[in-house]
Design a protein around this ligand. Structure first.
Ligand SMILES: Cc1ncc(COP(=O)(O)O)c(C=O)c1O
Length: 488
């Protein structure tokens, strides 16, 4: 026998001892991170040119010990992170994951679960079905509904609109029109393009003063398009916009879409997780009437990236849209009761994403999740209250589903552009300082600051310290701008 083949058993293997050493070392690093993240700077970003000098190298022909690789990761990779899980990370959409979720990912990866076919992982398929059904019940969808786990909100939106296109248009996109508000997440525009619609086929309606879709505008736009011989086919409603947490009038939109025979997709990637608590449930009234929902457990349900989810009113629609029967997969065809998730979405090879949410819910229980979600909503309300007491900070939109927006407004006469500059500079200062991090956005052409407070380990002190720091940086920036103006 060829001697190279005889020894192939040794390729890509570690001994039990080596696996233990590496495994325990990795565990220790993760546990240390969980215990110390709150003490780390929220943002740490290396200069690209410096970092490249340190880590770019040609492909290693000979290997090194795992410890050397870990050391390099510790020094240059994990030390240069923006910690989305930090209690004072209030920018964009935080991702306050939990340790059980991390361990579930390790298990899913350790067993290298192929969650595409029932034959590949029947237990995993059942866990995914159960977890999807829990989410279905929470969202109030009928028993005909189903869904699947995907990488995140973008993929959930893509999958939903691919189904809508198939069911409503038989995949013929010509002349079809999609309606949404100007607050809809950019992933929708990307998805619409991927699905073959051009930019004239998405009608982004201006939102009202509360950043919600106006029903009267929507009705008008649909009627106008019909008169012009176009084919209205889908409404995309927001359940928690990224900018302000605004929720479109779901109940009324659901009524309209049913009257008009349109598909109603709700992008709830950010907001739908709020349905776990009483407040969120009452704000999301009407969600139960939509055709599809995107929701992201890696945002509101405390899961590690990547965990997105799509729910669809009739799970058969998924199969009708995605099912293919290539000859090389004929051995995996499911029996009557079985499900091949590869028939229900875009991916064939797919990881066991459902496990992390299932395991977290099993270990902590729904009650703990409910409290954690509620706390995120309450923290934004607390931030709003503190902001309203400030002489320099002005609330722009009130706390909604865990998001509050505001801006620094100096007492002196500064132009709109100068006020925008001060607010941008506050973000820069906070990035450099590392105590806390908020992001900016534009609302009605004004730069505003935005705090998203969904991390349940955030405390009142964290919120107060952050707002104090924003005020402090705002004052300093304003003073230096005044001094500069005087010198000129
Ligand atoms: C409302 C909304 N939809 C979609 C997305 C996209 O989600 P993902 O980044 O998981 O693809 C986001 C991300 O923040 C979002 O807030």
């Amino acid at each position: 026998m060829n001697s190279a083949i005889a020894t192939s058993n040794d390729f890509l293997k570690l001994s039990r001892k080596e696996m233990q050493i590496l495994g325990y070392q990795v565990m220790d690093i993760i546990i240390d991170h969980f215990e110390s993240v709150h003490k780390k700077p929220v943002v740490n970003t290396a200069e690209a040119s410096e970092l490249r000098k340190k880590i770019h190298e040609s492909i290693p022909i000979k290997g090194v010990s795992p410890q050397i690789a870990i050391e390099q990761l510790q020094k240059n990779v994990f030390s240069n992170l923006m910690h989305h899980d930090h209690p004072r990370f209030f920018a964009y959409v935080p991702s306050p994951n939990n340790f059980v979720s991390v361990m579930a990912d390790a298990l899913a990866s350790g067993f290298n679960v192929f969650a595409g076919s029932y034959q590949g992982a029947s237990g995993a398929a059942e866990i995914e079905l159960i977890t999807i059904d829990w989410l279905r019940q929470l969202c109030g969808l009928p028993v005909t509904a189903g869904g699947l786990f995907v990488s995140g909100g973008t993929k959930a939106n893509l999958t939903a609109l691919a189904v809508a296109r198939h069911v409503k248009l038989q995949d013929k996109v010509q002349n079809a029109v999609i309606y949404c508000s100007d607050q809809t997440h950019s992933s929708i525009e990307r998805v619409v393009r991927i699905l073959g619609f051009d930019h004239t086929q998405i009608n982004k309606l201006p939102s009202d003063k509360n950043f919600r879709l106006r029903l009267s505008d929507l009705k008008c736009a649909i009627a106008k398009d019909r008169l012009a011989g176009r084919f209205p086919f889908c409404i995309i409603a927001n359940a928690g916009t990224t900018n302000t947490g605004a929720i479109d009038p779901l109940y009324e939109i659901a009524d309209l879409s049913s009257e008009e025979g349109l598909w109603l997709h709700v992008d709830g990637a950010y907001g739908v997780g709020s349905i776990l608590c009483d407040k969120g449930r009452s704000l999301l009234r009407g969600l139960e009437f939509c055709d599809s929902i995107s929701l992201d457990p890696h945002k509101r349900l405390f899961q590690s990236y990547e965990a997105g989810c799509l729910l669809i009113r009739n799970r058969e629609w998924l199969k009708e849209t995605f099912c293919m029967r290539p000859e090389y997969l004929s051995d995996t065809e499911p029996e009557q009761e079985e499900i091949n998730f590869y028939d229900h979405g875009i991916q064939l090879s797919r990881s066991f994403r459902a496990l992390k949410l299932w395991m977290s819910l099993k270990v902590f229980g729904l009650e703990v999740f409910q409290k954690a979600v509620e706390q995120g909503i309450m923290l934004a309300e607390l931030a709003e209250k503190i902001l309203r007491e400030s002489d320099y900070l002005e609330v722009v939109t009130p706390a909604q589903l865990g998001i509050v927006t505001f801006r620094y407004v100096p007492k002196y006469n500064f132009s709109v552009q100068e006020i925008d500059t001060i607010n941008h500079k506050i973000v820069d200062k906070m990035t450099a300082d590392g105590l806390a991090f908020v992001s900016s956005t534009k609302l009605k052409n004004c730069t505003v600051l935005r705090m998203c407070t969904i991390n349940p380990s955030t405390t009142e002190v964290d919120i107060r310290k952050t707002i104090q720091q924003i005020e402090y940086f705002g004052k300093n920036i304003m003073r230096s701008m005044l001094a500069f103006a005087i010198c000129k």
